[in-house]
Design a protein around this ligand. Structure first.
Ligand SMILES: Cc1cc2nc3c(=O)[nH]c(=O)nc-3n(C[C@H](O)[C@H](O)[C@H](O)COP(=O)(O)OP(=O)(O)OC[C@H]3O[C@@H](n4cnc5c(N)ncnc54)[C@H](O)[C@@H]3O)c2cc1C
Length: 475
């Protein structure tokens, strides 16, 4: 049901969820199944509006590629209004530093795949002891298209658009009042408040709430350990088209939904053994074959034929006349969780008076080294299987000049943990030392692995729903 701001005041809600992206909507849908009435407060409108989007302006420094205002969307459905839809689960070993294991979110995978209309198939197969090929799924779900009408008709999910959570009042460890800005200033109460405002806004809001509520501990590292998945072309190659296709096809013939870039793409990840032995981060590497070369190699060989016919004939023979010049290796990979990479509050404010976000983001040497190691390993695989030759894209391994090509996955800032000095929420996503303030979304991730985050975000939302339902039943 869609409510106007004056109608909100007449109702009592057990749970107020801020944000109608995948995190907020998945949580509300699960509560609805148990007939628990909730309110979703959404800062944006039904569709894109310049006004709502203007709140996303922010300052960036370091290796971050883009202005913060263009990466996320403030509207019903959140950033799924322009997301890519690529999905994969996190790996078991991504949970090494978490207070929970992957088995804690596995039970919610089925339902999360249903929400995203994808098949639950994320297979992998080792191609040698260091590398494995992996399977993704592609979702075509836009949360607006799939869920707006449903929520409009729902008896249990209430939605208020153009309504911004602006502040909270705490008494002891409990949020006692929630301040909203809509057509006017409103204050409401709820048993539980959940922030599901996205991977930058969750930190921004909590930092702002702390400025106004001394009850939120100064020691919590709110905004720190912020991460992204760097995305970049990390290598190129030449090789024999037929041999490469045959080699990988034998391995992944039955895998579905590989990224369909170029003529042929295969997705490769490091095995746990390689991660442990080389002490590298996780990564998803996309090896794509193109019709045309990256560096005009075909023309260079043509030129060479005039000047050095013997040598160029040898090269052509080497590739059995199936010379393919266009192999591109791109990667979307894990980044170190570093304390100094952080969201903080800027001195400028948005139109409701909340300071804009300020992002400090630097890529670590270890992050770059991890990408480099993957190109090395793929190069070795190509040599051992006589598929061609791979070259590193040297420039990208320079920390100073590195700029990712994406900036889309916003991870950390309100990370989960048992130790309050290095985490903000506990394993149930409740802010430490508070009784009823929760955070939901990739901001709570301790590490990002390489998997696109939304499927895992939804798994965590469903797990949070279970926890809140248990708490409500206990009250
Ligand atoms: C270009 C692009 C491509 C992407 N592709 C993929 C992909 O292929 N696969 C993948 O897994 N992920 C992808 N992502 C990331 C994905 O979009 C996010 O992981 C996902 O949308 C996060 O969900 P969320 O609900 O946490 O936040 P969001 O979707 O950002 O939703 C947050 C909501 O909170 C609202 N809000 C914010 N502040 C307030 C406030 N103060 N009061 C009330 N409401 C508020 C916002 O208006 C917004 O609607 C992509 C992102 C981008 C930018």
């Amino acid at each position: 049901m869609i409510l106007k701001d004056n109608e909100i005041l007449k109702k009592n809600f057990q749970i107020v969820i801020c944000g109608s992206g995948p995190a907020g909507i998945s949580l509300a849908l699960e509560l609805e199944k148990k007939k628990i009435e909730c309110l979703i407060v959404e800062a944006g409108d039904e569709f894109y509006s310049e006004k709502a989007q203007s709140r996303y302006v922010g300052e960036v420094s370091g290796n971050f590629p883009e202005d913060l205002s263009v990466l996320r969307l403030s509207q019903f459905g959140g950033t799924t209004g322009h997301w890519g839809g690529t999905c994969r689960t996190l790996d078991n070993y991504d949970f090494q530093n978490w207070p929970i294991k992957k088995t804690e979110i596995d039970p919610f995978l089925d339902q999360s795949c249903k929400i995203l209309n994808i098949t639950k198939s994320f297979r992998e197969k080792n191609i040698n002891k260091n590398l494995k090929i992996i399977e993704f799924q592609e979702s075509e779900v836009r949360f607006y298209e799939k869920y707006f009408e449903h929520i409009k008709r729902s008896k249990f999910i209430n939605l208020c658009l153009n309504c911004i959570i602006f502040n909270i009042k705490m008494s002891g460890d409990t949020v006692t009042e929630i301040f909203l800005k809509s057509t006017k200033d409103i204050s409401i109460k709820a048993k539980f408040l959940v922030l599901a405002c996205g991977g930058i806004e969750n930190s921004r809001l909590l930092l702002w709430f702390r400025e106004n509520n001394k009850e939120i501990s100064k020691n919590l590292p709110i905004g720190n350990y912020w991460m992204e998945h760097p995305f970049k072309k990390i290598g190129t190659g030449v090789g024999n088209f037929n041999l490469i296709r045959k080699n990988f096809k034998n391995n992944f013939e039955k895998f579905e939904n590989f990224r369909n870039w170029g003529n042929f793409t295969v997705s490769i990840s490091p095995t746990k053994k390689l991660i442990d032995e080389k002490n590298i981060l996780n990564s998803g590497v996309f090896l794509t074959l193109h019709d045309r070369d990256n560096d005009n190699l075909k023309n260079n060989i043509k030129d060479l034929l005039c000047f050095a016919p013997n040598l160029s004939n040898k090269i052509i023979k080497l590739f059995n006349k199936n010379l393919l010049c266009g192999i591109t290796i791109s990667s979307s990979w894990e980044q170190d969780a570093i304390f100094s990479n952080k969201i903080s509050l800027s001195s400028s404010k948005d139109f409701v008076g909340i300071p804009h976000s300020k992002l400090k983001y630097e890529i670590s040497k270890n992050t770059l080294r991890s990408a480099e190691e993957m190109v090395n390993q793929i190069g070795i695989y190509f040599i051992n299987n006589d598929l061609g030759r791979i070259a590193k894209d040297q420039l990208i391994y320079n920390k100073e000049s590195f700029v990712s090509e994406a900036g889309y996955h916003h991870i950390g800032g309100t990370r989960m943990g048992d130790n309050k000095n290095i985490s903000v929420v506990d394993k149930n996503l409740k802010v430490h030392e508070t009784n009823n303030l929760y955070v939901c979304g990739s901001s709570t991730f301790v590490s990002g692995g390489h998997a696109n985050p939304t499927l895992s975000i939804i798994q965590f939302s469903l797990r949070l729903a279970k926890h809140l339902i248990e708490r409500i039943n206990y009250l």
